[in-house]
Ligand binder design. Structure first.
Ligand SMILES: Cc1ncc(COP(=O)(O)O)c(C=O)c1O
Length: 455
């Protein structure tokens, strides 16, 4: 921080005194780090600690993203003036922590670029089919092996006696599971519930086709009718990070366990999860959201078949290129955990755990400096994978505005921080969800801005 203040002062004084617009030249070394040249002296100014990544954007309305929430803000260039950043520019930078884009793992994967690169030729992966003997006939056998191995290494899910269904992200598998579990000729659509605060995409994904097969029925705590229902159990939960069990006590329910965050960088692994339908994704486990690969572990063969049918009708399978890439990455994660293969290198989960722990420490320090906000606290438990004892380190911070601020999202927006307000999760607008998975410079700006705010 002291370095940064010193650096900013220098930048400001020099730039005012010497007509900086003419003197500073910016050139980009690579797509991550703008390099500022001043005379013969080349300074790498990682803005605010500080590195940019080419997201040269600031405030544009109306974007649909992971969140499926309209009227979104997008970051736009504040550096496009090609001048050195001054204090005003940095303060007016809009940081978008609305969606959980897992870019913070990028550095790890850059270090492993060579061993995780996948080369494919034009003649490869041409067929629709991968393994006609498998229930999920478009699933690459290499991905089946990689998933099975990783769950064994981490100990977070039972794979024995399960069918694995691959999807274009776990989002597609969610819809496939609703299709498979809703009776085709029911007298009314199947109720779909999840305990609030619930993942904001569930209501949207459930209802957007108005299929007649299922309908969003809201907060599971408030569901008390006698009709059949599907309950989504998200554990650890998005947005608040807590470990969860089912909530509805009826006997007509079917459960889907969304375990996107049941990985040892976010939560102590206590037991291998052993449920009927479990959803996982590379988006949050390894950070490869752009590959769009998720998988379901399904006990019942008929349900696995129906889920496969849904994907067959929806997209006639899942990209083989993505599956092969995901398999390579998951194998690399398992290799990095395997002590025999470790070559003194840090495993992916060691790296990501330390990063999450450090970020949560910094966020809590920032929040503790002000009376304006509070964060949830979590019980400490021992992780069977790492042997570490710790409380949850969620991928999102579920921040509460204390005192008189009733709309925390708007309040933070005034301070150029874009978050997602509680109403999207079936909760109060005193809460916001903030991504903890952004790039370093955005996270750093967040932890500097929060304590500096006044009502
Ligand atoms: C709980 C939960 N489930 C599912 C998803 C979607 O994952 P995918 O990118 O695999 O579609 C997310 C993404 O944020 C999530 O938080």
């Amino acid at each position: 921080m002291a370095d940064f203040v010193f650096l900013l002062k220098n930048v400001l004084v020099v730039s005012l005194a010497m007509n900086m617009g003419l003197i500073w030249k910016i050139s980009y070394d690579d797509d991550e780090t703008p390099t500022f040249k001043w005379g013969g002296l080349q300074q790498k100014l990682h803005i605010h600690g500080y590195s940019f990544n080419g997201d040269k954007e600031n405030i544009v309305e109306d974007e649909e993203e992971e969140a499926h929430v309209s009227k979104r803000s997008k970051l736009q260039a504040t550096t496009s003036s090609r001048l050195a950043p001054d204090v005003w520019e940095i303060q007016s930078l809009v940081i978008n922590l609305d969606h959980g884009d897992p870019t913070m793992y990028e550095s790890f994967w850059k270090q492993r670029a060579e061993e995780t690169t996948v080369m494919t030729s034009s003649w490869q992966h041409i067929s629709y089919f991968s393994d006609v003997n498998n229930v999920c006939w478009f699933m690459e056998p290499g991905l089946v092996s990689a998933i099975t191995r990783l769950h064994k290494v981490v100990g977070n899910a039972v794979t024995e006696g399960r069918h694995i269904v691959v999807g274009t992200g776990s989002s597609q598998l969610y819809q496939a599971a609703l299709y498979a579990l809703s009776p085709p000729n029911g007298s009314s659509p199947m109720n779909v519930v999840s305990a609030a605060p619930f993942y904001s995409s569930y209501p949207l994904m459930t209802d957007y086709l108005k299929s007649g097969l299922h309908k969003w029925a809201g907060d599971a705590y408030e569901f008390n009718n006698e009709e059949p229902y599907i309950e989504l159990v998200t554990s650890p939960n998005n947005p608040d990070g807590f470990t969860r069990q089912e909530v509805v006590k009826g006997d007509k329910g079917i459960l889907i366990h969304d375990l996107a965050y049941y990985w040892p960088q976010y939560t102590p692994i206590l037991l291998p999860a052993d449920y009927d339908i479990m959803l996982f994704t590379v988006s949050k486990s390894t950070g490869h959201a752009g590959s769009r690969i998720g998988w379901a572990l399904v006990k019942d063969r008929e349900i696995a078949k129906k889920m496969t049918t849904f994907i067959e009708i929806n997209t006639i399978g899942v990209s083989k290129d993505s599956q092969i890439r995901a398999a390579k990455i998951l194998q690399a994660v398992s290799d990095s955990c395997d002590h025999e293969n470790q070559k003194e290198e840090e495993s992916f989960f060691d790296y990501s755990f330390k990063l999450m722990a450090e970020r949560w420490k910094k966020l809590r320090e920032a929040v503790n400096k002000t009376e304006l906000f509070s964060l949830p606290s979590f019980p400490q438990e021992t992780c069977s994978f790492s042997g570490r004892t710790f409380g949850q380190l969620p991928a999102f911070a579920w921040l509460k505005c204390e005192g008189e601020v009733d709309d925390c999202e708007s309040f933070l927006r005034l301070h150029n921080i874009v978050t997602r307000g509680g109403k999207h999760f079936g909760a109060s607008m005193k809460y916001v969800r903030i991504s903890m998975l952004s790039r370093d410079y955005e996270f750093k700006l967040l932890t500097e801005r929060l304590p500096a705010m006044n009502k």
